[in-house]
Ligand binder design. Structure first.
Ligand code: ZN
Length: 251
């Protein structure tokens, strides 16, 4: 990537205006912002305490030396457009080898939840799960989020596939394509749109990049061991995860 392009690239920060502010500015709509923020905090709490997808990921992150905590690593903010959440890789650094890893978190939070765009618990659960998958990838692999579009595409494919973003709520699409095909098409589409939202590349380039890494990344189900198509699947994945943990403890 040439220097000019890199300098002009805003890495999607225009979508998260509060990331740039040093201090939160309260306006005349402060009261409604407080309400949004409060609701966001409560929904986040429910997601991390009760959602099996989130619990699998939080457990896996902890085991990998990258424990993520509700109060320290999440932040409810107002975002532009229709974006629901974001993962800010610049706030943290993973150090050490795979066996002895430490997660260094800088002053800002790791995961942004867009309090003005998330209104339902089910949506919050999906956003928290989606962003935790990015955190998991960030922890386990040396992901070059900014210069390697394949790395970004891979994590977006996994996040779309494993978070329930593409669960079969769309009956028409399901009828048209069949379940499996619909899921794959949906994952491709969402991953492409996620890349386009945060990087200045052409749609063709985004589609091509997703295509290149699709099979290997779509088939990587860690840490779930399967694609969780429903909360029930996720609960099974959590049960397996806990058993795996117990097994290791006995060694
Ligand atoms: Zn994403």
């Amino acid at each position: 990537m040439d220097q000019t392009k890199e300098q002009n690239d805003d890495y999607g920060y225009n979508l998260f205006p509060e990331r740039k502010k040093s201090k939160y500015q309260k306006g005349s709509i402060g009261e409604s912002l407080f309400t949004f923020s409060h609701k966001c905090q409560i929904m986040l709490h429910v997601a991390v305490e009760t959602n099996p997808y989130a619990k699998v990921l939080l457990g896996a992150l902890k085991n990998s030396g990258c424990a993520v905590y509700k109060d320290r690593h999440f932040s409810c903010e107002d975002c532009d457009g229709t974006v629901s959440g974001g993962f800010d890789a610049t706030t943290s650094q993973v150090r050490g080898t795979a066996s002895e890893r430490s997660y260094v978190i800088y002053d800002r939070s790791l995961i942004v939840l867009c309090q003005n765009n998330i209104h339902q618990q089910a949506h919050m659960n999906r956003v928290v799960t989606h962003e935790l998958i990015h955190a998991f990838d960030h922890c386990r692999a040396h992901v070059d989020w900014f210069n390697n579009f394949k790395h970004l595409a891979c994590s977006e494919i996994r996040a779309a596939s494993l978070s329930g973003d593409c669960s079969f709520s769309n009956e028409v699409a399901r009828f048209n394509f069949g379940l499996k095909k619909h899921h794959q098409e949906c994952v491709r589409d969402r991953a492409t749109r996620s890349i386009l939202a945060v990087r200045k590349i052409s749609k063709e380039e985004a589609v091509k990049t997703v295509d290149e890494v699709f099979d290997s990344c779509y088939n990587d189900h860690e840490p779930f061991g399967r694609i969780p198509h429903s909360k029930k699947d996720a609960r099974f994945a959590y049960r397996d995860f806990e058993n795996r943990d117990r097994y290791y403890e006995n060694l």
